[in-house]
Design a protein around this ligand. Structure first.
Ligand code: NAP
Length: 246
């Protein structure tokens, strides 16, 4: 098992990629903290983890809240006494062309995707530094690397996460903490469930591996970066996109 006895916090683990990651990490021996704004989805993930013989618990978290992020980390420490892995996976989209994008759409997307990661990192970083070990993984996107029409807010947040990842890799490496990002391409989850069939076919055509991504594709990338297999890897952005942007 690749994560035996590790304690892993996964934000946004009530759905899609985060849920798949919680299930995979638990099978790999981790105790998983399912931190999500969605109580129903989060509780269902924990139920499945336990059904598979794994261990974990749910914490209701709006990652954009500094207070809730701090509280969540406190609960994890109280329960498990350490924090080995933080995956800042919670994310939202609120798309609009720039002429029409409201201040609320801009703020919410930045606050959840980018500031949410900052909040959770600040909530765990002292613990990781005092342990002399820890892994932080941020969910960026192909959109953060290459942009996308109608997603100026999301692209800015996901590009911001890449900058933050690199800055923190430099800051925290000597303290034994690794910081990396993943940049998924198009992954079939509730976040992308409204995309018309015609666009999906076009995406497949454009992807050298000729299929859309599945949550397990990203979960396995998270697993690699979280495990000791990646012990000399920090500050990187791992694309998981079937070659979409080659
Ligand atoms: P998803 O299925 O929509 O799951 C996201 C989860 O995060 C949901 O349970 C959601 O709850 C929760 N969440 C939303 N706001 C939150 C907040 N403020 N605090 C805590 N949890 C919150 O999304 P996904 O497709 O698995 O995406 C996971 C990550 O990968 C995101 O960061 C996304 O931007 C990134 N990503 C996805 C794709 C893709 O194609 N799917 C591509 C590139 C990157 P609700 O359901 O109640 O909103």
């Amino acid at each position: 098992m690749k994560l035996e006895n590790k304690v892993a916090i996964i934000t946004g683990a009530g759905s899609g990629i985060g849920k798949e990651t919680a299930l995979l990490f638990a099978l790999e021996g981790a105790r998983v903290v399912v931190a999500d704004i969605n109580e129903k989805g989060g509780s269902e993930t924990v139920e499945e983890v336990r059904k598979n013989g794994g261990e974990g618990f749910f914490v209701k978290l709006d990652a954009s809240s500094r207070e809730q992020s701090k509280q969540m980390a406190g609960e994890v420490l109280e329960r498990y006494g350490k924090i080995d892995v933080l995956i800042n996976n919670a994310g939202i989209v609120q798309d609009a062309l720039i002429f029409k994008m409201t201040e609320e759409q801009w703020d919410r997307v930045i606050n959840v995707n980018l500031k949410g990661a900052f909040n959770c990192i600040q909530a765990v970083v002292e613990t990781m530094v005092s342990q002399g070990s820890g892994v932080i993984i941020n969910a960026s996107s192909v959109v953060g690397l290459f942009g996308n029409v109608g997603q100026a807010n999301y692209a800015a947040a996901k590009a911001g996460l890449i900058g933050m990842t690199k800055a923190l890799a430099k800051e925290l490496g000597k303290k034994g903490v690794r910081v990396n990002a993943v940049a998924p391409g198009f992954i079939t989850t509730p976040m992308t469930s409204n995309v018309p069939e015609k666009i999906l076919e076009m995406m497949k055509e454009k992807t050298p591996l000729r299929r859309l991504g599945e949550p397990r594709d990203v979960a396995h990338a998270y697993l690699y970066l979280a495990s000791d297999d990646a012990q000399f890897v920090t500050g990187t952005v791992l694309s998981v996109d079937g070659g979409l942007v080659l």
